[in-house]
Design a protein around this ligand. Structure first.
Ligand SMILES: [Mg+2]
Length: 228
């Protein structure tokens, strides 16, 4: 059934939080433990790419035949926890907690993720800052090539979980890169760009997002978009 609820889909790195290169470091350590590859990411496609696609490109480069992705995810989870526990600059970005708390209490807004991280990586990162309780569903980097695929999976997953259909005009993607904005435009949903990550404000502006913020410290501005 079509609903009038709004759906907010969040990118993680550079949007909700910063954890430096912890994800990448942990994947490098995992690939070294499992396959003896040193600094695997120097040969990886990164950017808009899903974690599974990155790992597959590394497997291809190193001609690895024994592709045990589920074992890799198990070791990655343990390694990422370790790496995050020693990283001191792990932070939640400005305004995020206020917005997430607001959404949690508001029955007419649903919340989800759309991240290129493996599901296990996404939740390990979120747990390190107690953010996991806000997100039960989403699209992750376990399936699909890029943010366009991941956003489609996120919408399908949330519609199934919430047992409702969201109007495209009520879906908002929040992200820190041009890839997030382009994925939103591809699927004809709204984009909210935030310059707290790897892309500069002016570069995000060139992508013509529906809304753009330097950061979300004035969280009421973001809430007013969602309660329009
Ligand atoms: Mg990001």
């Amino acid at each position: 059934m079509e609903s009038n609820n709004k759906l907010v889909l969040w990118d993680i790195d550079g949007t909700l939080m910063h954890c430096g290169s912890c994800g990448r470091d942990a994947l490098n350590i995992t690939l070294e433990k499992m396959y003896g590859i040193d600094n695997a990411f120097s040969h990886a496609k990164i950017g808009a790419t899903s974690d599974v696609e990155i790992i597959n490109s590394i497997f291809e480069y190193y001609k690895i035949c024994k592709k045990d992705i589920s074992k890799l995810k198990e070791i990655y989870e343990i390694t990422l926890k370790d790496v995050l526990s020693t990283y001191e600059s792990n932070i939640i970005l400005p305004g995020i907690l206020d917005i997430l708390d607001y959404i949690k209490l508001n029955k007419s807004i649903d919340n989800g993720l759309m991240t290129s991280n493996f599901r296990v990586g996404a939740y390990t990162k979120l747990k390190s800052l107690n953010l996991e309780k806000y997100f039960k569903n989403g699209g992750f980097g376990d399936i699909g090539n890029n943010k366009i695929d991941i956003l489609e999976n996120a919408i399908n997953d949330l519609e199934k979980a919430c047992k409702k259909e969201f109007k495209k005009s009520n879906i908002y993607v929040v992200g820190d890169t041009p890839f997030d904005i382009r994925a939103a435009k591809y699927h004809n949903v709204k984009s909210i760009a935030v310059a707290t990550g790897f892309s500069k404000y002016d570069n995000l502006l060139k992508e013509k997002p529906d809304y753009i913020f330097k950061d979300l410290s004035d969280f009421k501005d973001m809430i007013s978009i969602l309660t329009d």
